[in-house]
Design a protein around this ligand. Structure first.
Ligand code: UT7
Length: 379
């Protein structure tokens, strides 16, 4: 995972809006969140997380065939943040796209990448959840701005002939709740005609979202477990979307599961939307709470409304042929990142210089080929 440098505590927040540490902590569990500075962006945080995940998986960028970035705060409406990261990584054999499913996006992304691997279409993918929520917050609305933070998390997925990995998933949406939370953008009637919401600023009906989250969490986890032919007793930990500790407590009660089995990072990071599950996963791994062959559950929920539950058997064995040692792979990864930077610059320079040459009257490209194309067109 990757975090911005700057921390904003609840006391800092009280200097911005009419709130206090006691209210925020008792209602949500949050004590602080990380906030991106001018140089930290959704792509730069996502890139940092992706590089760490590649190092952890001992994988080279040119082995990656698909990059999915789950985000509600992309760098642009298009091109995708995923394409930017693909170029920076030098993942020259990869397709790349952004996925919009709000806080459920990371689990949706894992499902998409898993299906692509299972179909045989690809063997290696990176799924990233990355957000700079601070840029879309309405910093005058104390009921939303206190909840969110920035950050990124990433995983590398690889095909294996061994049983394990993603065992089941349940992806759902209820569009009747589309107005409960969101960020209007250029295509929205809310901006063009209604002026109901501020453009590019988040609005949310917290109470309704709270009710929805507590209702679907237990239910969808049970559906995913049924599909995987497991029961809640088989689960080592649940890695939920980190919205509010009270939501996690309620889900634990519904499932009759010890609360300590729910990984919570709400206190340190707040709600980082699509990044919250991979960040919580990372913390759980660092704390040694997930071991090989453990069954773990992801549960995401958020805008759409969307929700997604997934059961995973951790640490499936990979079918890796004998590979060169990790030091050699690390060295090759460094070179790949360096080359990627220069490769992109060189391509841009060549593109620009060919435009200048064209303006100056030089014909660029293969004359014969151009003539042939024109002939075909004439016929
Ligand atoms: O990623 C998924 C998206 N988001 C969520 O999952 C959020 C789900 N919802 C929630 O977590 C909770 O609904 C909130 C934390 C957003 C709000 O908690 P609540 O217990 O539902 O509070 P409330 O909205 O019912 O507000 C209670 C009172 C209100 O005052 P009055 O009308 O009772 O006098 C609010 O004005 O608390 C007031 N309030 C605050 N007071 C101090 C609202 N925000 C604040 C604040 N500081 N930041």
């Amino acid at each position: 995972m990757a975090l911005p440098e700057q921390v904003l505590t609840n006391d800092d927040m009280a200097a911005i809006v009419d709130t206090n540490d006691e209210w925020i902590h008792s209602r949500t569990g949050i004590r602080q969140r990380y906030i991106a500075n001018d140089k930290e962006t959704t792509a730069s945080l996502g890139l940092m997380a992706a590089k760490k995940a590649l190092a952890q998986a001992n994988t080279l960028p040119n082995e990656v065939q698909l990059i999915i970035v789950a985000t509600s705060t992309p760098e642009n409406i298009f091109p995708s943040t995923a394409s930017l990261i693909q170029g920076w990584l030098g993942a020259n054999r990869a397709g790349a796209f952004d996925l919009s499913a709000a806080c459920s996006g990371f689990v949706y992304g894992i499902d998409m990448a898993t299906q692509a691997i299972r179909s045989g279409s690809i063997n290696t993918a990176i799924v990233i959840g990355s957000e700079t929520m601070s840029r879309i917050l309405d910093w005058q609305d104390r009921s939303t701005c206190i909840l969110f933070g920035d950050g990124a998390g990433a995983v590398v997925l690889q095909g294996s002939s061994e049983y394990g990995g993603v065992l089941s998933s349940v992806l759902r949406s209820d569009g009747s709740g589309y107005d409960l939370l969101g960020v209007p953008s250029v295509g929205s009637v809310d901006i063009a005609y209604n002026n109901d919401h501020k453009p590019y600023k988040m609005h949310m009906n917290g109470r309704e979202v709270f009710r929805f989250a507590t209702r679907i969490m237990g239910e969808s986890i049970e559906q995913a477990l049924d599909k995987a032919e497991l029961t809640i007793e088989d689960v080592t930990v649940v890695v939920p979307h980190q919205a509010n500790n009270r939501i996690l407590e309620s889900a634990a009660r519904n499932l009759k599961l010890d609360e300590s089995k729910f990984i919570s990072t709400v206190e340190q990071f707040g709600n980082t939307s699509a990044a919250s599950i991979p960040m919580a996963l990372c913390v759980a791994l660092e704390q040694g709470r997930i071991k090989d062959d453990d069954n773990i559950v992801f549960i995401g929920f958020g805008g759409g409304l969307t929700w997604a539950a997934m059961v995973i058997q951790w640490g499936a064995k990979l079918d890796q042929e004998s590979r060169s040692g990790p030091i050699f792979i690390r060295f090759r990864r460094r070179i790949a990142y360096l080359l990627a930077r220069w490769h992109a610059r060189l391509k841009r320079i060549l593109r620009r210089s060919s435009n200048w040459l064209a303006v100056l009257g030089f014909r660029v490209g293969n004359d014969k080929e151009i003539r042939l194309k024109t002939d075909r067109h004439d016929r």
